[in-house]
Design a protein around this ligand. Sequence first.
Ligand code: GTP
Length: 352
Amino acid sequence: MLVGGQGTRLRPLTLFTPKPLLPTAGVPFLAHQLAKAHAYGVRRIVFATSYRASMFADAFGDGSAFGLEIVYVTEDSPLGTGGAIRNAAKALKSPPDAPVLVLNGDILSGHDIAAQVALHRSRGAAVTLHLTEVADPSRFGCVPTDREGRVTAFLEKTLNPVTNRINAGCYVFQRSVIDSIPDGEVVSVERETFPGLIEAGAPVLGYADSTYWLDVGTPAAFVQGSRDLVLGRLESPALPGPVGESLLLSGATVSPEAKVSGGTVVGARAVVESGALVRGSVLADDCAVATGAIVEDSVVGIGARIDPGAVLRDVVIGDRAVVGSGNELAAGARVWPDVALPECSVRFSSDI
Ligand code: GTP
C-alpha cells in the first residue's frame, strides 16, 4: 500500500495529516481501502510510508483490529512510487512467481480485485493495471491497450491523451518484477517502470472496468468521496453508521432547525446551529457552524468556526480557522489553519 506522498494538492488539509489518514465518512480514508482488501481476502499488508510516517502506526497499529497484519516500511527520504514499492518489498513474504497487489493510498474503487488478479494469473502477466475511464484524462496516466487488453503505452499526465482510459492506481505485480526495480533509488512507476516494461516487450495488461472510481487527490474530489460513501454510492464496510443524507459522529449536535443533507459528515462534538444549511460537506471534529451560515461541498477543519451568516461553497477551511460573520468565500478558496478572517464581508477570488 503506497501511503508516503505529501498530498500537496490537498493542502492545507494535509499539513498535519497525511492524505490517506484524512477523516473520510467518519474514519481514516485508508480504513475504506483496508476493508475492501480484507473483503477480497488480503490478510497481510505492507505500508510504504514516508511523509509523517509514524502517524500510520498510531492509527492502525499491528492491524489486528482490522483482521489484518500490517507491517510498516519507512523510506529515509521519499523514493517515489516505484522506489517505495521496491523498498516495501523487503517486507514481503511472497515468492518471485507470486502476484503482489499494490494499491495507491488515495483511491476509492468499486472494482473487483479478484477479477483483476484472476486476469493477471490466467494471462501470465508481468503487471496488470486496473484501468478506468474519465472525462478528462490529462491529469492522469493515459493507458491505451490493444484488442487483447495488452497495454501499448503509458503516457503520464499528457496534454494529448489518446484514450480516456487511465491508470486507476491498483496494480498486480509479479514479485520478480518488483525485485527488478533499482533498490534505494527514486523511481516512478508511472514515468519509468511501466513505460520501461512496455518498451521491453513485457506482458503488461489492463483490467478495464466502469464501476465507481475516484482519486481523492484534490479538495473537490476528497469532499465528493466522503459524500459518496455517506450516501451509499460506494459501499464500504468501514462506514461507521447507516448510509443516508448525513452521518453524525459521536457527540455531534445538529439543531432541529438546521438542514444537514447531501451526504454531509458532522464530526465528533461538532455543532450546527439553527438556521444553518450544510450540504454535501465534511465538518471535522469540534468545528462549529453558526446560525444562518451556508456550507456547501466544502471541508471545515478541526475546531474551525463558521460565524453567523457566512457562506462557503467549494472551499477548504483549515483547522481552527475562523470565518467571520457574513464572509462569503468563492469556489476554490482555501483558508489555512489559524488564519482569522476579518469580521466584514470579503469576497475571495478562486485562485487563493
Ligand atoms: P500530490 O502531492 O497532491 O500529488 O499527492 P501525493 O503526494 O499523494 O502524490 P500522488 O497522488 O501522485 O501519489 C500516488 C500514491 O503514491 C499515493 O498513495 C501516495 O501516498 C503515494 N506516494 C507518492 N510518492 C510516494 C513516495 O515517495 N513514497 C511513498 N511511500 N509513497 C508515495
